[in-house]
Design a protein around this ligand. Structure first.
Ligand SMILES: *Cc1c(COP(=O)(O)O)cnc(C)c1O
Length: 359
């Protein structure tokens, strides 16, 4: 077996022991004589997986009964639409912050449904950043306030969340479960699974139940959060296999010691990488230091030819997925929960070697 270090932004690396356990159970799930992909989503084996996945998330985030955990489909992109469909009626306005590419997509989709007030816009700033809390000027009686907790493409992350009167909503696709979180600040958070939770195909939504009850009733049942709360995410066939892997990933997270323990590791990994960038005049970080992402480390080399050579040479050293997003270029190292510290150490060693040869 020759596993490379995969720094891809998503789909991204998964814990090896999760993959191995899934492999052992792939053809014959725990002696049942069939795979979990082929089994009924109403049967006992799948039911145990479904419940454990929910329980693991509840435990990791210490969720109270005020919140429901949902497994939906459609990705975070689906949530860009579902959120305003539920909570942005005519005559109301929703506040959005624009911190970059993903926030901007959420805004565009919400604008198709209702009135949006962009209360802060630093989406195109270079160096990249997220809005400062002091710059947020909320609408009166906003339906909700939307933020993107980590901009996966630009590598900028909120370090502290705003305290809002209206329900606060966050797209947490690329930093969910990467550190402890006080969910009570939020009305709803959502995340596509393929960065920090598992494979693509399942979307995690955590929502305050009393808010879901007050959502618009005029939209199709399938798009109402309330429908999926009442159905315990089994209103229709859920993405059973991605949820199975998500269950194994959350079990693995608990074994690592939970969110505080993984946050400590994530901090160490990011410090090592940013430290290497700051110690060199060859590499230059893309984000303002005070908004640097602990998940997506973005940086530039002196020119694009060197960036291409860097990506190519890294690949020859068994490190993949380092090319920045096609819209911005540069280098991006995604170091989600499942990226081991040894992977970041290998990358830093490679960076030093590449600088010596090309600097
Ligand atoms: C990847 C990503 C998305 C898009 O997720 P899909 O599951 O592909 O819809 C949205 N927001 C953020 C912050 C992301 O990182």
């Amino acid at each position: 077996m020759n596993r490379i270090y995969n720094f891809s932004a998503g789909p991204s690396t998964l814990p090896l022991e999760v993959l191995q356990e899934a492999q052992e159970n792939l053809v014959d799930y725990q002696g049942a004589g069939l795979s979990i992909m082929e089994d009924s989503h109403r049967g006992k084996p799948y039911d145990a997986i479904h419940q454990e996945a929910i329980e693991n998330i509840r435990e990791l985030l210490a969720l109270s009964d005020d919140y429901a955990v949902l497994f939906l489909t459609g990705g975070a992109t689906g949530q860009f639409a579902m959120l305003p469909m539920n909570f942005l009626p005519e005559g109301k306005v929703a506040d959005y912050t624009n911190s970059g590419a993903w926030a901007s997509k959420a805004i565009k989709e919400a604008q198709r449904i209702g009135q949006v007030n962009v209360i802060a816009n630093c989406g195109k700033d270079i160096p990249t950043r997220v809005p400062a809390l002091a710059d947020l000027a909320y609408s009166e009686d906003a339906a909700y306030v939307h933020i993107t907790s980590n901009e996966t493409i630009s590598g900028a992350q909120w370090q502290e969340f705003p305290v809002t009167e209206a329900p606060l909503v966050a797209d947490m696709s690329s930093d969910i479960l990467s550190c402890p979180l006080d969910i009570n600040q939020f009305g709803l958070i959502y995340a596509g699974a393929q960065k920090n939770l598992g494979p693509a195909g399942v979307t995690l939504v955590i929502i305050r139940k009393d808010w879901a009850e007050r959502a618009l009733d005029s939209i199709p049942a399938f798009y109402r959060y309330q429908t999926h709360i009442e159905g315990n995410s089994l209103y229709n066939t859920p993405p059973c296999f991605p949820i199975y892997i998500l269950m194994l990933v959350t079990r693995w997270l608990k074994k690592q010691g939970g969110l505080q323990a993984i946050a400590d590791i994530n901090r160490r990994k990011a410090a090592l990488l940013y430290g290497a960038i700051d110690a060199s005049s060859f590499y230059k970080g893309t984000a303002l230091p005070e908004y640097r992402s602990l998940m997506n480390v973005t940086f530039r080399l002196p020119n694009e030819e060197l960036e291409q050579a860097f990506v190519k040479s890294a690949k020859e050293h068994d490190m993949a997925g380092l090319k920045g997003h096609r819209s911005v270029g540069g280098i991006r190292a995604s170091i989600y929960n499942a990226m081991p510290e040894a992977g970041v150490e290998a990358l830093v060693a490679f960076m030093k070697e590449f600088e010596t040869q090309n600097g």
